[in-house]
Design a protein around this ligand. Structure first.
Ligand SMILES: [Ca+2]
Ligand SMILES: [Ca+2]
Ligand SMILES: [Ca+2]
Length: 485
């Protein structure tokens, strides 16, 4: 009412003052002489961190008129059902006649630590506030192991001009000391910086499902230095890799573009983490962290979960104590086929012929295999050919089915780490597609030059429950001329 004072005409001011006077009497009758205050409580305590259980958060305002008083709730973890879109950790609730305001907090998917709740309001010209803490507990008990995988391990997140969000279904299963699946386990996730987000979808009979989403403006995995044969990073791509496919190129293959960026397969590898509260002693890897540069240890800037809340990453100290059990999953972000200009390239897709077999090798700018995430056997390489001298060329197949299983980089099944770091052969698997070719020379010719074309068409967004696959691409066609026979 006071902020409307300026809009009142002179005639109404006496009336306004009368109202203030009456309000003052009312406030006095209600005990306005008390200092305005607010108290805060939450129940149940502790709260089960399963992403679904709710806590009732009650603020009680006293010491002044509660009419139209709004309590501002805030939480450090979880979300309020009363929150406005975009600010899930804030909620404004008007107090009732009894002086209380009630907010509903949906638990985070985190089974450890403490939620800190605050409530504040403007009462009787004061701004009282209160804080309450609400411990979280692991849903279904503590784990000794966790598994974590996604349905695809190579997605087209680096395709130039992509306008749609890519979705992939990922799942995590936590098991207890008896080897039983823990239902509704408090599995939380972590992703490499600027490399998409993992959102919990549901508990499917103890399997926690997450949707990994990559928006068009997610920048993607960190540009990392290529590794040498000993697995050590090298700032400059060695000249022995001037042709990345030559045997002289040892270690991780790489090339340097005109802007000075080294392109190597690990530039397209994003790491995702799932973690769950573990039995004392089950944590043996330290606090969960995203090893963006693949050196096996945490480096400044790498995302981590600060389980003990000391503000820094901690390695396992060998002590038997509670901690997080965690697992990473590495997923390749790949782009469109890197097609060489006329004359070829030594770090781009290429084609060879040996006898009557033509083989096309397709890589993206980071030398990674192309994502093939369409419906089963719908991703393929289209082949065609023509001879300049009029000979007849036949291809064994007009289309070759693309590999939808192998992601291109060889990952170790147990740890998800890149297999045999520093070994070139582990970075360039399954990039080749072959086709048999036969040429019937035109009459009078002893040889003929025939062009062979190969071009992939594929889906690069697998989709997830509730999200249709959207990304499809016809890569540029690679044309190479060979002299036959
Ligand atoms: Ca690089
Ligand atoms: Ca690291
Ligand atoms: Ca820490």
């Amino acid at each position: 009412m006071p902020n409307r004072f300026g809009t009142l005409g002179l005639w109404s001011r006496p009336l306004f003052h009368m109202r203030l006077f009456r309000l003052g009497i009312l406030a006095a009758l209600l005990g306005c002489s008390n200092t305005p205050g607010i108290t805060l409580s939450a129940t149940p305590n502790p709260l089960t961190g399963d992403g679904e259980t709710t806590a009732t958060v009650t603020a009680t305002v006293s010491g002044g008129s509660v009419e139209n008083v709004v309590v501002h709730f805030k939480t450090t973890l979880g979300t309020f059902t009363q929150a406005q879109s975009g600010t899930p950790t804030l909620a404004d609730v008007t107090v009732g006649a009894d002086g209380t305001a009630v907010a509903t907090l949906v638990a985070p998917r985190q089974g450890w630590g403490t939620v800190i709740l605050t409530a504040s309001a403007s009462v009787g010209g004061k701004e009282p506030s209160a804080t309450a803490t609400l411990p979280l507990r692991a849903s279904g008990g503590l784990a000794v192991s966790i598994s974590f995988t996604c349905q695809r391990q190579n997605i087209g997140a680096l395709v130039t001009g992509r306008l749609t969000t890519i979705h992939v279904l990922c799942s995590a299963t936590a098991k207890d000391a008896q080897g039983h699946v823990i239902p509704h386990a408090s599995v939380q996730t972590l992703a490499e910086r600027e490399s998409g987000s993992l959102d919990w979808l549901k508990d499917d009979q103890g399997v926690q499902q997450f949707v990994y989403s990559v928006r068009p403006d997610d920048r993607g995995p960190k540009d990392v230095d290529p590794l040498d044969v000993n697995g050590n990073p090298q700032a400059v791509c060695p000249s022995s890799c001037n042709n990345v496919f030559a045997s002289s190129c040892q270690g991780e293959p790489c090339w340097t573009d005109v802007t000075g960026i080294t392109h190597n397969p690990r530039d397209g590898v994003a790491t995702l983490i799932a973690a769950v509260p573990g039995n004392p002693g089950a944590e043996i890897r330290g606090e969960p962290f995203v090893d963006e540069n693949d050196n096996g240890t945490w480096d400044p800037g790498e995302p981590f979960i600060d389980y003990n809340g000391n503000g820094k990453w901690d390695a396992n100290d060998g002590q038997m104590k509670p901690g997080l059990v965690w697992k990473e999953f590495r997923i390749i972000w790949s782009g469109e086929a890197s097609i060489p200009p006329a004359g070829g390239g030594t770090h781009q897709s290429y084609m060879t012929r040996s006898g009557n077999v033509a083989t096309a090798y397709f890589v993206d700018k980071n030398l990674n295999a192309l994502a093939a995430d369409g419906a089963a056997v719908t991703d393929g390489i289209d082949w065609s050919g023509q001879c300049s001298g009029g000979s007849t060329i036949s291809l064994g197949a007009a289309a070759t089915v693309m590999d939808q299983v192998n992601p291109g980089i060889l990952f170790t099944a147990e740890t998800g780490a890149i297999s045999a770091k520093g070994n070139r052969s582990t970075y360039t698997r399954n990039i080749d597609y072959g086709n048999s070719v036969s040429v019937a020379l035109a009459q009078g010719l002893t040889s003929d030059t025939c062009g062979i074309s190969a071009g992939p068409h594929r889906g690069y967004d697998p989709g997830a429950p509730g999200y249709d696959p959207q990304g499809a691409i016809a890569d540029a066609v690679m044309d190479v001329a060979f002299l036959f026979p």
